[in-house]
Design a protein around this ligand. Structure first.
Ligand code: CAA
Length: 295
């Protein structure tokens, strides 16, 4: 098979406006990174005006934190704030030459989003999905121009994690892939190329570790013991603290995706799913007691 690498950087399209679909945890972190590092207008959208407003407010607040820490001056903070807009009207994406989505992790939802956005953007606009484990090719199969879609997978916390996976489908154009690599560089991320295989590279490794950690609790070991057992591996946090960071539902979903593709290689724990279902504030407190960390 053709190895997945960075094509000629001269093929990259200039990016003058970025569109972000979704205004949740990941999407708002990208929007902040894009506006800060590319210094171009960034427009975000979601299913309701309320979610959009909340998303914009959280980006503004993060810009305020950068200012408080002295990372950016007041003029820059104000300029970055003015570059971020929110909308529920996809027509506001018309001038975007790069659009990335971070909506619910389900192929049909992502397909609907791209099908709709393709009606508004220019024919040569590049589209990107932040999916962590779904098939990029399948997501793009509904597009009139599937060659313009790449996988662009960030890690949480986006501002801190130095890596992004650039996922190339068999249909992807060199222009689309090159644009993703050039953007990654401007975002000061190290881009690694991945084939469009379930879990790409990072989640494949992570799902193995998480699966074995979850299997240990299913076998009767206390979760807190498993958490401490990760210290010798030199990882910055234990598996369950990491799951808490990325989101329990996201983590359980990644396990499901991997084990459905490779049932003999990946394990999906019933306990992980049970913990993922605990969402109420009081119950979350109980989850913390069960899991034993309380940062
Ligand atoms: N969001 C935003 N910024 C954060 C943050 C968060 N949740 N947590 C920490 N930071 C920032 C802090 O603000 C601080 O920034 P400044 O230097 O600007 O002040 C910086 O990170 C360091 O913070 P701390 O001193 O508190 O950091 P730490 O040394 O305890 O490290 C950590 C925190 C970076 C989260 C570290 O524990 C770590 O690297 N953990 C592993 C994270 C990881 O593996 N992520 C990948 C998850 S997989 C995924 O996301 C993909 C998927 O598809 C599921």
């Amino acid at each position: 098979k053709r190895p997945v690498g960075a094509p000629d950087k001269d093929l990259a399209r200039p990016v003058t406006k970025v569109g972000v679909i979704g205004a949740g945890l990941m999407a708002t972190q990208f929007a902040l990174l894009f506006v800060r590092r590319l210094q171009v207008p960034v427009v975000i959208t979601d299913v309701s005006a309320e979610r959009v407003e909340k998303g914009v407010a959280s980006i503004h607040s993060e810009i305020g934190k950068l200012e408080d820490k002295g990372r950016i001056d007041t003029d820059t903070a104000n300029r970055l704030r003015s570059l971020v807009t929110g909308t529920t009207d996809k027509a506001d994406f018309a001038a975007c030459d790069f659009v990335i989505e971070a909506v619910f992790e389900e192929t049909s939802v992502k397909q609907d989003v791209f099908r709709e956005i393709e009606q508004f953007v220019a024919e040569d606009a590049i589209l990107a999905t932040n999916t962590s484990s779904l098939s990029v090719e399948e997501i793009g199969s509904v597009l009139a121009h599937p060659e313009r879609l790449v996988g662009f997978h960030f890690f949480n916390p986006v501002a801190v994690m130095p890596l992004v996976e650039v996922v190339r489908t068999p249909q992807a154009s060199d222009e689309a892939v090159s644009t993703a690599y050039v953007i990654a560089r401007k975002l000061r991320k190290n881009a690694i190329g991945s084939a469009d295989a379930p879990g790409f590279i990072v989640n494949r490794l992570l799902a193995k570790v998480m699966g074995e950690a979850a299997r240990a609790i299913d076998e009767g070991t206390a979760l807190t013991e498993v958490e401490q057992a990760f210290v010798p591996l030199g990882l910055p946090m234990g598996p369950f603290e990491l799951i808490d960071l990325v989101g329990w539902k996201v983590a359980a979903h990644v396990q499901d995706t991997m084990s459905s593709h490779f049932p003999d290689r990946f394990y999906s724990s019933p306990n992980l799913h049970a913990l993922a279902e605990i969402d109420e504030p009081l119950e979350r407190d109980r989850k913390k007691r069960i899991t034993g960390w309380s940062k």
